[in-house]
Structure formats: C-alpha cells, structure tokens
Design a protein around this ligand. Structure first.
Ligand code: NDP
Length: 386
C-alpha cells in the first residue's frame, strides 16, 4: 500500500467554501488537437468545487483510502521542520501543484528512498529536480493540457488589462475619483499592435488564436515550427529565436517551460533590444526573466508594463520587488487554478494514480520523466542537464 503526500495551498482565509458563485462548470471533453480530457474511472468530487486547497484534497481521499492507501495533505512545505520534510522519508508518491510548489530538490529526493512517483496536479514540473528524478528512478507526470486554456485566457486578460490601462482606471473608481486624463494617458488599443509569443505550444498557440480576432499582428518563436497551414490561417510570422523576435513586438508573452535553455532569458541585454514601451507578460515561470532587470526596465520606461502570475519563490515574500514596481499587473499564481481547471487536473491526477496502481501505462502525454529518462511530453518540451 502506498503513502501519498499531497502538498496543496491553504484554504481561503475565511474558511473552506460552503457555497460558490456559480452552480456548475462546463464539461470539456477534449482539447484543441483532439487530446481527450482526463478520464478516471470515477470522481468523488463535485465539478466546480475548490479542490486545490488543503480541505479540497484534490478529491482523492475516498479513492485512496478505500484501496488501503494513506493520504497526508498539507500546505507546510518550507524549512527542515515542514510537514513535507518530516513525511518524505517513507512517502511513495508526492503530489504538488505549481501554484504552491513542493520543491523536490535533489536533497529532498535523496531523503525519500521510497519515492517512486511525483505528480504535478497541473502543468510545469520544474519544481522537481528532473535530473535528480532521472537518477533516482522517480517517475514524474503532469496533467498536460488541463489548464492550458485557463492560462491562455489569463494572458489575453493581462494583455488587454495592461495595454488599455485597466487596473489603474479601476483603482480611480474605487478611490472615488473621476479623472479621465489620469486613466487614459497610458491607455491604448491592442488593434494593430504586434504580439509575439516565446513558444507556441498548447498555451502559446491558444493565446495567438485568441488574440487574432483583435486584429493584432501575430509573431512566434519555438524550437519546432508550427504546420504551414496554421501559420497561414493565423498569418503568423515565425522568428528563429527570441532575440530576433522581440525587437518587432509591442507585446511579448512568454509560454515556454523553464529549463536550462530558458532560465534567465529576459535579462538587461535582451530587454534593451525591445521597442521602448513594450509590454511583457509572463505566465510561464518567473525565472525565465531576471527579476531585477524587469524592475529596472519598468522604472526606465523601456517596458510599459509587466504582468503575469509566476514568481520565485512561491509564495513570494512580502518585500518581493514585483509587488511594488511601477505599471505591473501581477496576480498570485492563479491562472491555471480556476475552479474550471481544478476540475480537470484533479480528475487527471486521479487518472494517473489509477494507472499507477493498476500498473497500466500512464498516458504518454502526461509523462515528463519515466524509466530513468525524459519521456512523453517531457522529452518534447524539457531538456535534461546531462
Ligand atoms: P507545451 O509543452 O504545450 O508547450 C511548450 C512549448 O515550448 C513547446 O512548443 C516547446 O517547443 C517550446 N519550447 C521549449 N523550449 C523552448 C525554447 N527554448 N524556445 C522556444 N520554445 C521553446 O506547454 P504548455 O503550453 O502547456 O505550457 C507552457 C508552460 O507554461 C509550462 O511549461 C509551464 O511552465 C507554464 N504554465 C503555467 C501555468 C500557470 O498557472 N501560470 C499553468 C500551466 C503551464 P517544442 O515543442 O518545439 O519542443
């Protein structure tokens, strides 16, 4: 029987919800491109319920305990005395979410000799040291596509929010003011602006598709080129790399995984090659940009705005400079954890567990590391150090 350790974010400050703003969420059966949504044998939760926080338990307790497994759920993940660190030595399976990542460092993996499976309930397994997982024979899986469209919607919202100067304008209203000039002196239309995505995978392409009807000019770079038919359909301009793309853009959106090739990509040097007044949106991973270079670029006006939902570390400390830098539209890490997304990634987590316990293959598109090497989706999108 397995011991499953699930690290989730805290419940709402006023307690676990007893009712919700809406009564249902739409059923999504498949994603663009045809991949089917998670299909576990059953679910023990109500779609649309808060599943990603500690009391939500990803809806897994009945399923696991009815089969004799042990489930420990905690939000305590920092410091040697955290519940995560205390429970790791006899844990078989760790489940975590990028929004509240249980950083599975090489040291922690070394402290967990029974660990065989690390599941990301969501997308993005960079909080797991993939090289250490490969070396230790730990399988890493994530619920590919479960929240890609959720993130793409957040990117569109942030693009419109920054360019149209929504947040400061809203603030004027809540402050009781009405100075139109204050609101509009930084407000533009997105129509006609050039937007470029760093990576056109599931999220990047979904962002481009959603921005096309706004009559923006669309650019992308990626390690693999999109089919010609897609390029033609969306009138895309391909650039061989990020450096050659960004000088052409008014808005840049980052949708690549964090790995050695992308870490620190947006530094002072790259930011200086962008048009003055570019907006930068990063919902991928914080470490793809140089934290302080972004602050400097906003202060100098090189960037007109920065928005996103990814920080390092998470949770971000109270004095993180991105909380107080000018012209930002940051949120906590929420874009991929809407109640709609939680329904899918909780079901996907259960699907992965069902496959694992039944010793049947985990869907290839969910695998990041398996059998001592990058596998499935991981082999496509990540790079190992060795
Ligand atoms: P996909 O795997 O569908 O797409 C990633 C794309 O990035 C692939 O097309 C890959 O290229 C490309 N890529 C990898 N390295 C580079 C590089 N150096 N330069 C250019 N392109 C590169 O992933 P998703 O679109 O679903 O997710 C992307 C990332 O978004 C995740 O890795 C995660 O970090 C983040 N994310 C954030 C969430 C949030 O809540 N904020 C939620 C979900 C994801 P190729 O296929 O050609 O190898």
């Amino acid at each position: 029987m397995a011991k499953v350790l699930c690290v989730l974010y805290d419940d709402p400050t006023d307690g676990y919800p007893t009712s919700y703003a809406r009564d249902d969420v739409p059923v999504i059966e498949s994603y663009p491109g045809g991949q089917t949504a998670p299909s576990p044998s059953a679910i023990d939760f109500r779609p649309g319920a808060l599943l990603g926080s500690v009391s939500g338990e990803l809806g897994l307790r009945n399923f696991l305990e009815s089969q004799g497994h042990t489930l420990v759920v905690t939000s305590s993940k920092e410091g040697d005395d955290s519940v995560l660190d205390r429970e790791l030595p006899d844990t078989d399976i760790v489940i975590s979410q990028p929004f509240w990542p249980a950083y599975l460092t090489a040291e922690r993996i070394a402290k967990a000799p029974h660990l065989k499976l690390a599941i990301t309930a969501g997308i993005g397994s960079d909080h797991v040291d993939l090289d250490a997982a490969i070396a230790a024979g730990v399988t890493v899986a994530e619920v590919t596509y479960s929240n890609s469209i959720s993130v793409a919607e957040h990117v569109v919202m942030m693009t419109l929010g920054l360019v149209r100067n929504y947040i400061p304008s809203y603030q004027i209203v809540t402050d009781g003011g009405w100075n139109i000039a204050d609101a509009v002196s930084r407000s533009y239309d997105v129509e006609g602006l050039h937007v470029g995505t760093v990576a056109a995978g599931r999220i990047g392409l979904a962002v481009l598709r959603r921005l096309a009807p706004f009559d923006m000019k669309l650019h992308y770079t990626d390690r693999h080129r999109l089919p010609e038919s897609v390029e033609r359909e969306l009138n895309l301009t391909f650039h061989p790399d990020t450096a050659s793309m960004v000088p052409h853009c008014d808005v840049v959106t980052i949708n690549a995984p964090l790995h050695p090739e992308t870490e620190g990509l947006f530094d002072d040097k790259l930011l200086a090659t962008m048009k003055r007044g570019t907006y930068l949106i990063n919902t991928a991973r914080a470490k793809i940009v140089d934290r302080d270079a972004v602050v400097r670029a906003l202060e100098s006006g090189q960037l007109a705005g920065y928005a996103g939902d990814v920080w390092y570390p998470q949770p971000a400390p109270a004095d993180h400079p991105w909380r107080s830098m000018p012209h930002h539209g940051m949120t906590p890490h929420i874009s991929g954890s809407s109640l709609s997304a939680q329904t899918r990634y909780a079901a996907g987590t259960r699907e992965i567990l069902e496959s694992w316990f039944a010793r049947t293959p985990i869907r290839d598109e969910y695998l990041i590391v398996d059998g001592g090497r990058l596998a499935g989706a991981g082999a496509h999108s990540y790079s190992a150090k060795s």
